[in-house]
Design a protein around this ligand. Structure first.
Ligand SMILES: [Zn+2]
Length: 434
């Protein structure tokens, strides 16, 4: 069940045969999304304009949860089909047109679905809309494809959103980890760094009267000013109002945790790798991380901010790299512990899920953390893991990372072959005694 390719330097998953021909994973060169929120019809319409490279002859792959209403390649209408990957790990959309390798313009029109994975993230009110891109790294097809036609996590894509409100509207604003430009009261553009992947971006369009905000200007160790922004809606998801005192207390608490965590992270792992930290503070204990942003409960602020170094500082290239993010984040969150041994029965296929798997292995949290504690202990004579992770965050800042590259980086940093430990623990093969 494991498909391990130690020598494969390509982030692109292998092409595969379908009933109608060979499906090929592509390289998005850039993507522009026109998103129209019709406040009267209460509908959201998306037109995606994507420039892509098809690296070999075949049928281009993209993905979107919503079924596209129109797809064109270089202006010509084509069909697309939702297809299962060979091991049934996931589904992707395959353009039903055999094309020679080369550059193409893919345009996709679709409605933005209002509900998937039990998440309802588009709410229309009277002259208002509230749209938050909630994502999940523990579910299949849980990233940007929930909202927009996207590529998989391996691809870094310069993305721009052009936002248009149609019909009478209250003032709205956008919270995002991209650069937000306001053209007029109903028109915005958001552009994201070229390095972002489908799990990187945070976007929330909201009625300006419905939010409370607290900001703090953090001074980074390298002298940069880093705005930390905590904000909250004025009501809970069930509609109950949050009084201003509760809100002020939660935002303040979230901010204090963020500042303390930021100081600790900069001290241990070097300068903060993003321009700001944006928190949408919610009532749950859990959260979801993005690059320099998070949707988070107060108790999860520390965890989600650590992810801005591990998982959203370097960027996982696939589902089999996701365990590293949770393992390192939990380990830092819980105080950099070490242990002498790692129990055989705790080995999991953290990095060897079937190859097209897009979500992380849930064992990354506990078994992954325990493995990191073990490595920290084993390497204590060489300073433990902190100096290596500082090096990793510096060299892999906003670059994609696979488990195989992580192992290589570690082997070369410590001048020691740690591959057998990884094979035993995260690939759950070649049992050896640790
Ligand atoms: Zn996490």
């Amino acid at each position: 069940m494991t498909t391990l390719s130690w020598a494969d330097n390509s982030y692109r998953p292998p092409s595969f045969q379908t009933d109608s021909g060979k499906a090929v994973f592509v390289d998005f060169k850039n993507a522009t999304y026109d998103i129209e929120y019709d406040l009267e019809k209460k509908q959201v319409r998306v037109i995606a304009d994507i420039q892509l490279d098809l690296p070999e002859d075949g049928m281009p792959i993209f993905d979107s949860i919503a079924n596209p209403t129109k797809v064109t390649i270089n202006g010509n209408r084509v069909r697309q089909k939702l297809v299962e990957t060979p091991g049934k790990e996931t589904q992707v959309r395959v353009v039903q047109s055999q094309l020679p390798a080369g550059s193409y313009r893919l345009q996709v029109e679709l409605p933005m679905d209002q509900e998937y994975l039990g998440i309802n993230n588009i709410k229309f009110g009277k002259r208002t809309v509230n749209n938050k891109f909630s994502m999940s790294d523990s579910e299949d097809r849980g990233y940007l494809e929930l909202y927009l036609p996207s590529n998989l996590e391996y691809d870094q894509v310069p993305m721009t959103l052009n936002i248009q409100l149609k019909g009478k509207s209250e003032p709205h604003q956008i919270y995002s980890n991209g650069q937000v430009g306001k053209v007029n009261s109903k028109k915005f553009s958001v552009s994201f760094p070229d390095s972002y992947t489908s799990s990187s971006l945070f976007f929330h369009l909201v009625d300006s009267n419905q939010v409370r905000e607290l900001t703090f200007e953090y001074r980074s160790k390298n002298g940069r000013k880093i705005p930390i922004i905590a904000y909250q809606e004025k009501s809970w998801p069930n509609g109950d109002v949050i009084d201003s005192e509760t809100s002020a207390r939660m935002l303040k608490e979230a901010m204090q945790i963020a500042i303390a965590t930021m100081e600790e992270l900069e001290k241990n792992f070097g300068a903060y790798p993003h321009n700001s930290f944006l928190m949408k503070v919610e009532g749950e204990d859990s959260g979801m991380e993005h690059c320099g942003a998070a949707i988070t409960g107060v108790k999860a602020v520390r965890h989600e901010l650590i992810h801005s170094y591990f998982g959203r500082g370097y960027l996982p290239a696939n589902g089999n790299a996701g365990w590293i993010d949770e393992a390192l984040t939990n380990w830092a969150e819980n105080g950099y512990k070490s242990r002498d041994s790692f129990k055989d029965e705790d080995a999991r296929v953290l990095a060897a899920q079937p190859i097209y798997t897009r979500h992380h292995h849930e064992g990354g949290y506990s078994q992954g953390e325990a493995f990191v504690e073990y490595l920290h202990g084993k390497l204590s004579g060489k300073g433990g893991l902190v100096p290596f992770l500082r090096h990793l965050v510096g060299t892999k800042k906003l670059k994609t990372l696979t488990t195989e590259e992580f192992i290589e980086e570690m082997n070369s940093y410590y001048g020691e072959d740690l591959t057998p430990e990884f094979r035993r623990v995260v690939y759950a093969q070649d049992p050896i005694s640790l």
